[in-house]
Design a protein around this ligand. Structure first.
Ligand code: HEM
Length: 219
């Protein structure tokens, strides 16, 4: 999966590079909404890592991406609202935001159902030991969905599978984006720590240090 992380990060770096190149020509300071950028990056990574679906949100907008952000917004609302009014019998039809939520959910569910169907059709049954021995570096699809379908058998419940994937999407998206955003914010304020972090990244990833160079210019 590290390949997925690297490929997606490179897309973000290319986007930053282009912006720096463009803005650099007119010699003005560069403004970048890192929270939005890291959210897109995290969404692309979690999509590919969990269900082998490329949201491509770093470079474009799509109805599925909008629906994902809509449901994440609603999840946040529900986790902080005191009265669970959405459980009332007619709420999902009467309350506009609940109607929108159910519309968004349908878009995502349809997308996930298609991916689950496809994973099941191309299923290669294996037990945990076989799955652990697999040469993942040669596989095109290393997603969690592929793993779960291959391991759990043909009769795995689609609803359960879809809910598990949704859990991963929600748990893994905003958390990661928030960590990246705050880390970037704090590093930008601490040049010596930035250099230390950069040295560590360089020692691990060789020449791929553009992200930190971009951040330095945003200090
Ligand atoms: C830096 C990023 C992340 C942070 C800061 C983070 C933080 C947390 C925290 C604090 C909990 C415990 C919540 C509680 O029990 O009250 C948790 C649980 C969980 N996280 Fe993460 N998480 C991150 C990334 C991820 C990712 C990438 C995934 C999945 C792909 C994920 C999946 C889960 C799941 C499934 C649980 C529930 C575990 C359980 O209770 O059985 N998280 N996470």
């Amino acid at each position: 999966m590290v390949k997925i992380f690297t490929n997606c990060s490179e897309r973000t770096i290319t986007k930053f590079d282009k912006l720096i190149e463009k803005e650099g020509q007119v010699e003005k300071s560069i403004e970048l909404d890192l929270e939005a950028e890291f959210s897109s990056l995290a969404l692309d990574i979690i999509g590919l890592g969990v269900f082998n679906y490329d949201f491509g949100s770093v470079t474009k907008e799509s109805p599925v991406i909008k629906a994902v952000y809509g449901t994440l917004f609603e999840a946040e609302h529900r986790s902080t609202f005191y009265i669970p009014y959405w459980k009332l019998p007619l709420a999902r039809w009467m309350v506009p935001r609940q109607r929108k939520f159910h519309d968004d959910l349908k878009v995502i569910n349809d997308c996930l159902d298609g991916l689950i169907k496809n994973a099941k059709e191309t299923r290669q049954e294996a037990d945990v030991e076989n799955l652990q021995q697999r040469d993942y570096s040669s596989l095109k699809d290393v997603s969690l969905l592929r793993f779960l379908v291959d391991m759990r058998g043909a009769d795995v419940d689609d609803r359960q599978l879809r809910d598990d994937l949704m859990t991963m999407l929600i748990a893994g998206h905003e958390t990661t984006a928030a960590v990246l955003t705050w880390a970037a914010f704090l590093l930008a304020q601490n040049p010596s720590k930035m250099r230390k972090a950069q040295a560590e990244v360089d020692s691990l990833l060789g020449q791929q240090k553009m992200t930190l160079e971009c951040l330095k210019r945003l200090e």
